[in-house]
Design a protein around this ligand. Sequence first.
Ligand code: MN3
Length: 197
Amino acid sequence: MQLNYSYDALEPFIDTKTVEIHHNRHLKKYVDNLNKALENSPKYQCWSLKELIKNSYLLPYNIQNDVINNAGGVFNHNFYFSGMTPNSSRFPRPRLLAAIECQFGTFDEFKSIFKATALKVFGSGYAALCVNPLGKLKIVTLPNQCTVLPIDLCPVIMIDVWEHSYYLKHQNMRDKYIDDWFEVIDWDFAEECYIQK
Ligand code: MN3
């Protein structure tokens, strides 16, 4: 997946080296490993990431785990990188904002609940604001490279809290990283995800 911003575009919030290594090495590794897992199973190579993740039980047993972990890694990273922009409005767009206010009170209250949730992820994983098929918002955490697809949710915003996402700049201060990530959220993308659900 190509980024639609340069590696240094998210400075000073997310540093150049972190974005470069995260995209060019971590995400690339998931892509390479997924291709490797599927190399002897050509009939599944045309399946989308969503199809692979949701229907992984249909795959040959010996590749199921590799496909779930690596397709999950690609799906989650694609969403994470697509959800950031150097031109953030720093505030949700109208329809998502209305839903956030309806469910959490104010944007600031939502932010503090989301932040507390992202801080509580133990070990490696993600925190996400999702929308369910009825349009209700839900904050969830995902361990490792699990995705929201099997629980029938659509991500709206999602933060990677694996240490490789922030350690070079923020070291052990995940809370500062979460604050900085809030400065680069692409709320136009989030609005689209919310509307399309
Ligand atoms: Mn990552």
